[in-house]
Ligand binder design. Structure first.
Ligand SMILES: Cc1cc2nc3c(=O)[nH]c(=O)nc-3n(C[C@H](O)[C@H](O)[C@H](O)COP(=O)(O)OP(=O)(O)OC[C@H]3O[C@@H](n4cnc5c(N)ncnc54)[C@H](O)[C@@H]3O)c2cc1C
Length: 227
């Protein structure tokens, strides 16, 4: 069997629930090469229907981690949430064009995420801890959905927003309520990932500050207009 054929299906190591609707899926990596920001298409039971998911593990780890929101009646997220250790999941080769921190040697960068949109930034932090972002703004609906906030806070300046409850020590509201905290400077790269409405609002805000659109890098996971 060729290496690519072996990598077409990867064994599940574990499914770990973060909150009631968000889980971390871990697959054996089997030496699959990837770059921070890459996605894999993960397939449902029939091996035909797939969705893209961003890799959340570091390039030096022997496991592939994915941070996934289980959608109501979701064909692929529902299937993945019910996997057990040793089950196999069909995967595509890695692909992607979103490259958080790719110019970190030249200039500072800032990351802004909603929900599971933190995944590519986790990958970036785990892959190159020597060049963390200047700041991360991280918004979730419920505090239970936060992915390891203590670890994140130890890596860089992280500001958290929780929109649906008044949780201790964090901003109560949408992540866009934290935009005034962003550092000033036109020579910063901004990486936005998650809900389209957040991405549009933050883009408008940054352009209003005079940031060039070429410094604003965007990856949309979810569309707010889908009911
Ligand atoms: C480049 C890229 C990377 C992504 N990475 C991640 C990731 O790391 N983690 C993660 O949790 N998700 C990620 N997504 C979203 C993911 O690909 C799926 O869209 C999501 O898991 C739903 O698939 P499903 O088969 O479970 O739901 P479906 O069976 O397709 O749909 C179930 C219900 O959810 C609604 N729905 C489906 N997809 C969306 C959507 N994108 N936005 C709003 N409503 C939707 C449908 O309208 C339907 O009502 C990413 C998307 C893109 C484009």
């Amino acid at each position: 069997m060729t290496q690519s054929a072996q990598q077409d299906r990867l064994p599940v190591r574990t499914v770990r629930w973060i909150g009631s609707g968000v889980f971390e899926l871990q697959l054996e990596r089997k030496d699959l090469p990837f770059s921070p920001g890459d996605c894999l298409a993960l397939y449902a039971a029939d091996g035909r229907v797939s969705r893209p998911y961003s890799i959340a593990s570091g390039t030096g780890e022997d496991v592939l981690r994915f941070l996934i929101r289980r959608m109501p009646d979701g064909v692929v997220s529902g299937f993945l949430s019910e996997r057990a250790p040793g089950d196999e999941v069909r995967v595509s080769p890695p692909f992607g064009w979103f490259r958080p921190g790719e110019h970190a040697e030249l200039r500072p960068y800032v990351c802004i995420a909603t929900g599971t949109g933190i995944a590519p930034f986790l990958c970036r932090l785990r892959s190159d801890s020597a060049r963390p972002p200047h700041m991360i703004l991280y918004g979730v609906r419920d505090a239970e959905d936060l992915y390891d906030p203590e670890w994140l806070a130890a890596q860089c300046d992280v500001r958290i927003a929780v929109s649906r409850e008044d949780a201790p020590g964090v901003y109560h509201g949408r992540v866009t309520g934290l935009l005034d905290m962003l550092p000033d400077g036109k020579d910063i790269d901004y990486y936005l990932c998650g809900l389209d409405a957040m991405i549009d609002e933050v883009t408008d805000h940054l352009e209003g500050r005079g940031v060039a659109i070429t410094r604003i890098h965007r990856e949309c996971f979810f569309n707010a207009s889908i009911p």
